[in-house]
Design a protein around this ligand. Structure first.
Ligand code: N2P
Length: 343
């Protein structure tokens, strides 16, 4: 018996030695898609001798539900700022250890002061700023009016899409009626709902990811989408153009945050710090076509990126644009309208 046990033990040791070796730490990241250059992740893995596993989501609500259910296994997540605030209020996030993120110093101070919800980066750190805009096929559409109301134009019946994103879609419907992106007024929200119901008759679908391929292949001629994602498609398709509705855009920042039950918070801090290294941040800006609000990275931007349409939104449109805010108890009003629209 003794002999058998020692043979089994010897085999197990041999397996550990030859088969697996010492295990590398693993960082589990849950983030938006098409948002990070694979090279930057590979460099991080080499430098920190670890493995990074990335899963993606296509809406804040999907991510929230997964983390809220518990046991997600994620060490690092990427909520938009209004969602990070909701999660922090619900004790779903760890406070950030600033001693482990010295690169917070590169994040644009004006942006933090004017547009961030977590101005001291206590529980979240900006990754990229996003606007929602319109892209259209300029070969097929001449003289597109610069308004969100293009989605009710029967000329584009079933050839356009709007975002399947509760705050983005209700927000632009509020805006086109002359109200704030963050309105909590019942009558204004009802007006927005009526506008969306009209759009619903006209658009092909509410969509958060497929619109990129759809506009690239000519299936759609007009889409509502996230600025950098559309800019990525424009790089391949010169017939496409961006339109910035005169009523104003949404401004949202996608932040890094650490779930309260993260197993590898140290590596999560290291990752968010690494992605804010100016050389790495500019690499991700080129890949995603979004602005990392990183003052040093901006200085390294190549001319092409500096002149890209998503980086040059007209000032008069920006002046009318609004940050998507957390509305506290009034978030429920949006959920109710969304459910009614989806019925
Ligand atoms: C990245 C989309 C991020 C925009 N592909 C959502 N704020």
């Amino acid at each position: 018996m003794k002999k058998i046990i020692s043979i089994v033990l010897a085999c197990a040791c041999a397996l550990a030695f030859f088969g697996c070796g010492p295990k590398k730490p693993v960082l589990h990241v849950y983030m938006w898609s098409d948002y990070i250059s694979p090279e930057s992740v590979e460099c991080f893995e080499k430098e920190f001798n670890c493995k990074v596993i990335i899963d993606t989501f296509d809406s804040n609500e999907m991510m929230y539900a997964k983390i809220k259910a518990g046991g997600s296994g994620y060490d690092l997540i990427q909520p938009s700022s209004y969602m990070a605030k909701i999660m922090n209020d619900q004790k779903m996030l760890l406070p950030l250890d600033k001693s482990k993120i010295p690169n917070q110093k590169y994040i644009d101070k004006d942006f933090l002061k004017n547009n961030a919800l977590d101005k001291n980066m206590d529980y979240s750190m900006p990754y990229m700023v996003c606007y929602a805009v319109v892209a259209y096929d300029a070969d097929k559409i001449k003289n597109l009016p610069d308004t969100w109301n293009v989605f009710s134009n029967p000329e584009f019946k079933k050839r356009s899409t709007v975002l399947n994103d509760i705050r983005e879609l209700i927000g632009i419907a509020l805006k086109v009626n002359g109200f704030s992106f963050n309105s909590t007024n019942e009558a204004e929200l009802q007006k927005a709902k009526e506008t969306i119901l009209k759009w619903r008759e006209n658009v092909a679908k509410f969509d958060n990811e497929g619109y990129k391929t759809g506009i690239a292949t000519g299936e759609y001629v007009l889409v509502h989408g996230y600025s950098g994602d559309l800019a990525q498609v424009l790089l391949e398709k010169p017939n496409l153009k961006l339109m910035f509705p005169k009523e104003g855009l949404s401004i949202s920042c996608d932040d890094w945050a650490i779930p309260a039950d993260a197993k590898n918070a140290d590596l999560a801090h290291a990752f968010m710090n690494y992605m804010a290294e100016p050389e790495i941040a500019v690499q991700n800006m080129e890949f995603s076509q979004y602005d990392a609000v990183n003052t040093e990275a901006r200085k390294l931007m190549p001319e092409e990126l500096r002149n890209a349409p998503a980086m040059n939104i007209p000032q008069e449109v920006l002046n009318k644009s609004e940050v998507i805010m957390d509305l506290g108890a009034d978030n429920e009003k949006y959920n109710k309208i969304w459910d009614e629209i989806k019925m």
